[in-house]
Design a protein around this ligand. Structure first.
Ligand code: ASP
Length: 597
């Protein structure tokens, strides 16, 4: 019999317990740790399921002892022997297999392991490029094993919930027409059609809408999306969405479906009960209270309107008119209370101000609430007379710090102070890492003004439905139009975006036109969609939660690379297989391509 056949595992490394004492078992796995206690070897064997201690003791044959002595970490081995109870002092209650060990009778080395570039621990502390170069080793760590398992379980729970509710999982093509959705497309040159290109989908957006036109009224897909964006932070060139579309629905149907899906996924994989409905904020409320459309609601610290105190303040007398000027120009004055922040040094406050300036604030004012409840320091002298009303309105108490940003542009006042709120949330660890705070952001503006290119563009994408009450003012006041758009936010991250879609070809063309897309371009890029809408396309809408982000947050991580088996590094490259790489001249010739130097 072949060695592997003889030594094939009949148990895994996580399953043996007291109940198995006296049983003969064969395990296959990796040498996790080896200890040599003067001729007695303790070899911890690891596989996906756990770790089991095996022992080669003094009664072992010389061959067995020699094999045991030669083992190194990460050798792949087969061990067979009899399960016995560990002596009392050696019981490890932290390990599921901690009450037993296997007395090895036979050990076969299935494969040796070179000197390791880093140790396989619960979490690897090697730097990222080293981890990615040897990702297959990194994947053996307990943390990566746990996260990839969670990802698989989440995908299964998604499929289970959607399928039971009558959704079909339908694949859409990976080679599509280039119809940029906001980011740059990854292009695939065609060999058969010289000079022509396929694009990899930024999302299955148009195809899922065409599936609705095709009569599949409930669709989902765990879909790979590709976006050629500048390497920055936590972006990946490819990522995965739980792509969903439904016909004959309104916004609340999509929200309720998503709440049900999230509830099922969290219950099934983490045994966490989510509320049956998530909180909702309008985009405007989110911007006014948190200065962002993805607020972390695990802590409060809301932005407050300070303008009511500006009118009656003593500003001119001190030559300080910043607040009044901001309001006179149609802007805003917003305040934030930092609990117990009166202890902050000038330097700390300046650091916060520098952060606000990154978000275009011109400055940040401050004052402190003294032990007696009066205002002191910073700009307090302009507000002495109103100190009671101010502290009461802002909910500020003795020992608190009040930060104020005024700007002629309301959006800047909000986002800059909102950024300070987020920073303080992180610095002061205000958010409970175990909490999952979902919130819907609804009623987004449909268009955003692109200052660089001087035209309106779609805030989400071009296919979102403008709320009906704005249809008669689309062209005359695009900035005021709200869309049937929604984002699902979790702990400060945008987890999903979606919208009710346009299904009327005439309305779709109006939107293209406002977004500055010429009739000709429209026809060339999106003609197939507007044509499809002419053949009785149903009203429809959908959403697309990001799978990577969802699993990342569920796993308590802050990088999606931690939940992707083979991610690219920050420079969109894979140090393991050296991708992207050059190709042979023959391949370029076949594709009718020449590389410019
Ligand atoms: N396709 C959209 C996106 O990728 C999501 C959606 O509207 O369903 O953001």
């Amino acid at each position: 019999m072949e060695m592997m056949e003889m030594m094939k595992r009949d148990r895994d490394c996580g399953s043996l317990t007291k109940a198995d004492i006296g049983v003969k078992a064969t395990l296959n796995g990796w040498v996790h740790r080896k200890r040599d206690h003067g001729g007695v070897f303790f070899i911890n064997l690891r596989d996906r399921y756990g770790v089991t201690q095996t022992v080669v003791d003094t009664a072992a044959t010389p061959e067995l002892a020699e094999t045991a002595a030669s083992l190194r970490n990460e050798y792949c081995v087969a061990v067979s022997g009899v399960v016995r109870a560990r002596p009392g002092a050696m019981v490890n209650p932290a390990m599921p297999t901690g009450e037993i060990e296997i007395v090895a009778e036979n050990i076969v080395i299935l494969n040796k392991c070179d000197v390791l570039p880093f140790q396989i621990d619960d979490e690897t502390n090697a730097n990222e490029d080293l981890r990615l170069t040897y990702r297959y080793l990194d994947l053996r760590s307990e943390g990566m094993q746990r996260r990839i398992r969670l990802r698989s379980e989440v995908s299964f729970a998604v499929r289970e919930w959607m399928t039971v509710r009558g959704f079909y999982e339908i694949e859409t093509p990976t080679f599509i027409k280039s119809t940029p959705e906001g980011a740059r497309d990854y292009l695939v040159p065609s060999r058969i059609h010289a000079g022509k290109f396929y694009a990899l989908p930024q999302s299955p957006q148009l195809y899922k809408q065409l599936l609705m036109a095709g009569g599949f009224d409930k669709y989902f897909q765990i879909a790979r999306c590709y976006r050629d964006e500048d390497a920055r932070g936590d972006r990946q060139p490819e990522f995965t969405q739980i792509d969903i579309e439904m016909s004959f629905v309104s916004r609340d149907d999509v929200l309720a479906m998503t709440e049900g899906l999230m509830g099922h996924v969290f219950k099934k994989t983490l045994d966490i009960d989510l509320p049956s409905q998530f909180r909702r904020l309008t985009w405007k409320e989110a911007m006014e209270s948190y200065g962002t459309d993805k607020p972390d609601l695990r802590f409060g610290m809301e932005l407050r309107d300070f303008s009511l105190f500006v009118e009656t303040s003593e500003q001119e007398s001190g030559g300080f008119t910043a607040f009044k000027d901001a309001l006179a120009a149609g802007g805003a004055v917003k305040a934030l209370v930092v609990k117990s922040g009166a202890a902050y040094s000038r330097k700390q406050i300046e650091e916060l101000e520098a952060h606000a300036k990154i978000y275009k604030a011109k400055g940040m004012a401050w004052m402190k609430v003294s032990a007696g409840g009066a205002l002191e320091g910073g700009v307090s002298k302009f507000f002495i007379a109103q100190h009671k009303e101010i502290t009461q309105e802002l909910g500020a108490e003795a020992g608190d710090l009040i930060l104020i940003v005024a700007d002629a542009n309301r959006r800047i006042a909000n986002t800059a102070l909102g950024a300070v709120r987020s920073k303080l949330g992180k610095d002061l660890k205000l958010a409970d890492p175990k909490q999952f705070a979902f919130v819907w952001i609804v009623d987004f503006p449909l268009f955003e003004w692109n200052d660089e290119e001087q035209h309106w563009e779609a805030a989400h994408h071009l296919f979102s439905y403008p709320q009906e009450r704005f249809h008669n003012m689309l062209e005359s006041d695009p900035g005021a139009v709200l869309g049937d758009l929604y984002d699902l936010v979790l702990n400060g991250y945008e987890l999903a975006s979606g919208s009710i879609r346009i299904h009327d070809p005439v309305l779709q063309k109006r939107i293209f036109k406002i977004a500055g897309i010429s009739e000709e371009d429209c026809e060339k890029k999106f003609g197939f969609l507007t044509t499809a809408f002419k053949y009785g396309a149903p009203p429809h809408g959908g959403i697309a939660p990001g799978l990577d982000r969802l699993v990342m947050l569920m796993a308590g991580e802050s990088s999606i690379k931690e939940v992707i088996a083979f991610p690219k590094n920050t420079f969109a490259a894979s140090p393991m297989d050296d991708c992207p790489s050059e190709v042979e001249q023959k391949q370029l010739d076949d594709l009718h391509l020449a590389v410019k130097n």
